[in-house]
Design a protein around this ligand. Sequence first.
Ligand SMILES: NC(=O)c1ccc[n+]([C@@H]2O[C@H](COP(=O)([O-])OP(=O)(O)OC[C@H]3O[C@@H](n4cnc5c(N)ncnc54)[C@H](OP(=O)(O)O)[C@@H]3O)[C@@H](O)[C@H]2O)c1
Length: 408
Amino acid sequence: MATRIAVAGGTGTVGRLVTEFVRQRGHDAVVLSRSTGIDLVTGAGLDTVLAGVDAVIDVSNTLSMSAAASVRHFETTARVLATAELRAGVRHHVLLSIVGVDAPHTSGYGYYRGKLAQERAVAAAGVPWTLLRATQFHEFAQQLFQRTRFGPFVLVPAMRAQPVAAREVAAQLVELAEGAPAGRVSDVAGPRVERIAELARRYARAAGASGVVVELPLPGAVGRAMRQGGLLPAPDADVRGPAYADWLFEQTGSDGVARMPRTVGIAGIPIMRSPLPAPPEPSLSNARELVARLRTAGMPIALTVHGDERRLPAAVDQAAFRALQEAVSLVLMRTRGVEADAVVRYLPHAVEIEVTHGAARLTPQASRSETLNRSRAQVRRLGGAVSSGPTTEGGFRLAATIPIPTPT
Ligand SMILES: NC(=O)c1ccc[n+]([C@@H]2O[C@H](COP(=O)([O-])OP(=O)(O)OC[C@H]3O[C@@H](n4cnc5c(N)ncnc54)[C@H](OP(=O)(O)O)[C@@H]3O)[C@@H](O)[C@H]2O)c1
């Protein structure tokens, strides 16, 4: 049954995704944020926008890190929201918090003190509630580039985490809002333990973000807990979604591990490396744009398109683009500046992607058995296949074929 769901912080990193899921599932979404005219600190205008709202999902935030400011913000906004919810007859309040906010020694971390105060305020407010604690988002690395940059340096806490894609958390919050209030539910985390500084470095390489990542050990017991994994989820946490590398690849076309060698050099020996340029929107109609951006960044790649170039069903279109992106990245990474050829063939009932390079001196990271690991699952789900191997000319070839379903 369609309901009306308000999303406090619905323009933020996870909030945007929550709002999208609310709408995708056929509900009405009401976005509460200062940019939509609602300040949760004052509550002005809340009564009007909460009229007819069944559930509120609170994913609002403050960037204050001091304990006093963080506690004041989260306690105030929780109380202001709850008071208005009680007046409006809202039946369910869903709160997003963070794994480890009540772990021993975290009281020294001001922001966590604020989140814990928010959890307690929600539990005491009188609106039936559900609390989900999540680990850091995969998007956290990008947030650090925006929020903790000092000149050329991006300061990143020395911390081990088990990050999760924000979209997984967003989807779960909407499912929880659709159900009955459940109190605290199982924590949610991603599949792998990672170092935040490493995620930030990989993000920078994959997205071409500038800045030198400096890993800073935070002082005191909370800093030690962060470094030693004291804020990792318990083993019974729900594990959801892709690992960081796969998620980053989906977002940028690179997993951020290896940079492509650039052709600038003396006698064919590269003397500079440059990060991958940001890719265009994932659609095969942007294949030329993808290759143009790579060429502008100095990558030796050419593209030929054959056949009846046309609009493809969305899933095929995206999978074909991702396969092309992965194949191009792999082939360029294998070689030292040898020209590579990408071919896209629009056949009547399928689309084919083929990327090859000629005989080349291989980079140290090149392997004989490279294949389209990241795109393979998506291509297979659509009934297609990937292949790879040496060519008779001494080069290497990566290919994917994806059937195009006939409209019924
Ligand atoms: N980031 C993570 O890795 C992570 C992990 C686990 C849990 N969480 C939790 O998830 C929540 C959301 O995090 P996020 O990173 O998605 O936040 P974010 O990107 O900083 O977004 C914050 C949202 O809150 C709104 N907001 C801020 N102050 C407001 C105010 N006074 N009144 C109304 N709206 C206000 C912002 O919109 P306006 O600026 O327009 O007001 C924005 O929509 C936080 O509570 C955080 O503790 C985050």
